[in-house]
Design a protein around this ligand. Structure first.
Ligand code: TRP
Length: 456
């Protein structure tokens, strides 16, 4: 059955293509846009530390579990879970892991496409030169003007969704694999250049202090919940994206080492983005670290607008952010697409058109939440805020908990070990212990306190 499905969807060209594709999925708007702004909103250092803890103690074990499940099941997350639940003789309710994941992925993509559209818009804006020499105030005003314009937002969102569907229609080997290989290294190099610029012109010490010094007072339980949710979001966990990618993995790729590499790269990019942004925030009058979703779009254009070669590098930077978002968005839709192909006889084109259109329609809610619907709020939260909170802070950790429990407790130990046979015994033992005890407990505690803190 596994082989049949490898033929149905194809496989990665090599182990490195898997690493790059999974890293491409992980590294995205979550790292460059979201991490700096939520770290800023939650006061910096303490949040960062909790986030790192969540990556290590929850993210890495759950990611290994997802790859393991995907490899053993060899199909879309829905059918993989159906198969593994049957194999383990477990209660059919465990199959919900697959279903929920596909739905949550589409919900995330609905707003992800809108934000990625902003990046696309900034490619054009930077290239036009209109932000050259801009002050912090001017840059902020320009961004507010974009958010106030629903037509412009809709246009950009539509363009980005077309890009996403285009790659996924191309399939695993030629579409997704190739897209990941070229651009990730470029993004990395450009981030290094930005940090060097921030060292020279920004208030580097203030930026580093903000991001890395632990100030207990600035942390709240809902900040901790946000850190946990973001660990899932940033590593692309909890919705079967990594499970689906694991299913396309060629034989003989060591899961443990591969996952640690991916998590390391993902975290590195997030911290680098923070170190490119915060020194400039502290050196630019009128800018604050807690600006929220607008943080990256206000700060970086000021940097680029005032540095030598900024026109070129600024444009290139937003091209690369768009590409990082692109290699992530394809993994949000792929699980659903694979399932429609396997189970309902769709082809890649029709499956993409159906799911892409659904996400696009739902995304209009996010577009409007920044302008016409700005005042329709639930306890101060807009449509976008609610979507973000429900998916990233609630659903991803919840499904992650189910994955940990299923892989750690429900599945036969030998079956899990078999799929991980290329992992060293020590790493395997640590993994199993973390997955059974530490991850579920951490998720449970953070969840209860975080939700209580938010709503009580
Ligand atoms: N990890 C991506 C980012 O940081 C977003 C993403 C892609 C994602 N696939 C996912 C988030 C699956 C959760 C689940 O931008």
């Amino acid at each position: 059955m596994v082989d049949g499905n490898r033929r149905l969807h194809g496989t990665w060209a090599s182990r490195w293509t898997f690493i790059l594709a999974a890293t491409g999925s992980a590294v995205g708007l979550g790292n460059i846009w979201k991490f700096p702004y939520i770290a800023g909103e939650n006061g910096g250092g303490a949040f960062v530390l909790i986030y790192l803890g969540c990556i290590l103690l929850v993210g890495v074990p759950v990611m290994m579990a997802e790859v393991m499940l995907g490899r053993r099941g060899g199909m879309s997350p829905i059918n993989t879970m159906n198969h593994l639940v049957r194999e383990a003789g477990a209660h059919p309710l465990w199959r919900s892991i697959g279903w929920l994941g596909v739905v949550v992925g589409l919900l995330i993509l609905s707003y992800y496409g809108v934000i990625a559209g902003w990046a696309l818009n900034y490619v054009v804006e930077m290239a036009s030169g209109s932000l050259q020499g801009a002050t912090g105030k001017e840059s902020a005003a320009r961004f507010s003007a974009l958010l106030a314009d629903p037509q412009q937002l809709l246009l950009c969102q539509t363009a980005f969704m077309i890009l996403t569907m285009g790659v996924v229609i191309g399939g695993v080997t030629r579409g997704l694999g190739v897209a990941a290989r070229v651009m990730m290294p470029m993004l990395f190099v450009l981030l290094v250049a930005l940090i060097l610029y921030a060292v020279n012109t920004g208030d580097f010490a203030a930026g580093a202090r903000f991001l890395f010094s632990f100030r207990y007072e600035s942390l709240s339980w809902d900040g901790v919940l946000e850190a946990l949710g973001h660990a899932f979001f940033s590593l692309s966990l909890g919705m079967g994206a990594i499970m689906a990618y694991g299913a396309y993995m060629p034989e003989g790729a060591p899961i443990g080492r591969t996952v640690v590499t991916i998590a390391f790269l993902d975290t590195l990019v997030a911290l680098m983005a923070g170190m490119a942004i915060f020194p400039m925030v502290f050196a630019t009058p009128g800018m604050a670290p807690d600006a929220g979703p607008s943080l990256m779009f206000q700060t970086l254009p000021v940097i680029f607008g005032n540095m030598p070669g900024g026109l070129f590098f600024g444009t290139l930077f937003f091209v690369l952010v768009t590409i990082a978002a692109w290699s992530s968005s394809i993994s949000l839709i792929e699980p659903g697409v694979a399932w429609l192909i396997e189970s309902l006889g769709f082809n890649r084109v029709s499956a993409n058109l159906l799911l892409g259109t659904l996400c696009w329609l739902l995304g209009i809610g996010t577009v409007l939440s920044f302008n016409l619907w700005k005042d329709y709020t639930i306890a101060g939260n807009t449509f976008f805020d609610v979507m973000d909170f429900v998916t990233a802070s609630v659903m991803l950790p919840l499904i992650g908990l189910l994955i940990a429990l299923f892989a750690g407790w429900v599945m036969k130990r030998d079956q899990a070990k078999e799929a991980l046979s290329d992992t060293s015994p020590l790493l395997l033992a640590i993994w199993h212990w973390l997955l059974r005890y530490v991850s579920p407990l951490a998720i449970g505690v953070i969840f209860v306190f975080g939700l209580y803190n938010k709503f009580a």
